[in-house]
Each structure stands twice: as structure tokens, then as C-alpha cells.
Write a protein that binds this ligand. Sequence first.
Ligand SMILES: Cc1cc2nc3c(=O)[nH]c(=O)nc-3n(C[C@H](O)[C@H](O)[C@H](O)COP(=O)(O)OP(=O)(O)OC[C@H]3O[C@@H](n4cnc5c(N)ncnc54)[C@H](O)[C@@H]3O)c2cc1C
Ligand code: FES
Length: 203
Amino acid sequence: MAEDQASPSGPDLTQGVALADLAGGWLVGHVGKDEVLLVRTGTELFAVGAHCSHYHGPLADGVVAGETVRCPWYHACFDLRSGEAIRAPALSPVDCWMVEQHNGQIFVRERREQTKPRPAPVTKSVGRIVIVGGGAAGFAAAEMLRRREFGGNIVMLSQDAAPPVDRPNLSKDYLAGAAPEDWLPLRSDAFYAENDIELQLDA
Ligand SMILES: Cc1cc2nc3c(=O)[nH]c(=O)nc-3n(C[C@H](O)[C@H](O)[C@H](O)COP(=O)(O)OP(=O)(O)OC[C@H]3O[C@@H](n4cnc5c(N)ncnc54)[C@H](O)[C@@H]3O)c2cc1C
Ligand code: FES
């Protein structure tokens, strides 16, 4: 779906904003060209990318719950501490920035390195996982197992002729001719080889 490429809005967070401006819990500002969501939960402060990594939904219009933020569009959920995508349909994390507080002013500093997600709670005795289905759910299972360092074999069996695609797009921007065909795959063909996922189509 088409992404909103509006220029960054809100205050320059590198110059600082007053803690009192965060009375509502969060606000959107920018760091260079990046729009950043600054969130206060209890005594903690977090700065993450202001747009969902799925279809660029505005996270500031979503819901902050504990140390997570939910996208208002299709409810992808991100960990505010790590940026990790912890609920579908997002597959990629959002960026995170360092935050400092001095004398009632909050400053957003440099972008943080992406932290690795926790290893999967799968015992080492599991040598192979077979996933039946090559839709969004099957794909997310395979992708998350690898992201969380499952080291065994992953086999995906799909009755489809094509690798996992973004089905909602089929009846929206793609159908309207506004999205090119290469937006449809959830990941490129190379992804499966690079992540050692054996994808069996027409299976
Ligand atoms: C045109 C279209 C538009 C949509 N738009 C939206 C939308 O806007 N918003 C929204 O929330 N949802 C939308 N949906 C629904 C959304 O795409 C589905 O909820 C989602 O795809 C479900 O994912 P899934 O992986 O559970 O199942 P599916 O995507 O249905 O995947 C099932 C997989 O299992 C495989 N399979 C089934 N039986 C077997 C078998 N016996 N052996 C091997 N493989 C098998 C199939 O080949 C397929 O790969 C849309 C769906 C379509 C088709
Ligand atoms: S844009 Fe956020 S869930 Fe799709």
C-alpha cells in the first residue's frame, strides 16, 4: 500500500522538549528527517520510529500499553524498549533512539543498535519443524523461529504456487493498479535460502 512520505513534523527532539509536554503520555517530533514517537510510561522514556513497519500506520494514533505500542490500523505491536515487532502483521522492528533527561528537559540522542530478540523457547532436541501453510501465519512462524535463533530445519509446505504474499494488498492497491507486483511477496525469494527455510510450493 502507498506510504505517506510527509516531511517530518513536530519539535526537533534533539533540541529538547519539556517533560510537561509529555503529560499526555506521548508526542511526535523529529530527529533529522525521521519522525520519532517519544513515550513516557511511569518513570521511563522511550523514543521509537513514529510509523508502523507494516504499512506506515501512525503509531501516535494507536495505543500505548505498558512497554508496548499498538498500531491503530491492523494492530501490529512493538516493544518500546527494543523496537521489536511482537505481534502480527508487522514483520520488521521500528528504530529506537537513546533518550536523556536533564532539568525537566528531554533530549533524544543517537539511534540505538537493534537488539536481538530473545532466543526461541524450543528445546535443542527439536531438530525439524514442519509448517503446513504458506500464508501470513505460516510465514510469520518460520520468520520468528529464525529471528529467535531456532537452529533446526524449517520446512514450509504450501498448496500455493507462489511464495507467501501479502493477501490484503490483492484487493486494494494492487487491484487498483497502484502497487507493483514486487510489493506482493512478504519477503524476496532469496530470504528463504538465506534463512535456510525449505519452502515447498504446490505441496
Ligand atoms: C483478496 C484478499 C484480501 C484480504 N484483505 C484483508 C484485509 O484488508 N484485512 C485483513 O485483516 N485481512 C484481509 N484478508 C484476509 C487475510 O489475508 C487472511 O486473514 C490471512 O491471509 C490469513 O493468513 P493465514 O496464513 O492464516 O491463512 P492463508 O493466507 O489462507 O494461508 C493458508 C495457507 O495454507 C495453505 N494450505 C491450505 N491447506 C493446505 C494443505 N492441505 N496442504 C498444504 N498447504 C495448505 C494454502 O495454500 C496457504 O498457503 C484478505 C484476504 C484476501 C484473499
Ligand atoms: S500499518 Fe500498522 S498494522 Fe498495518
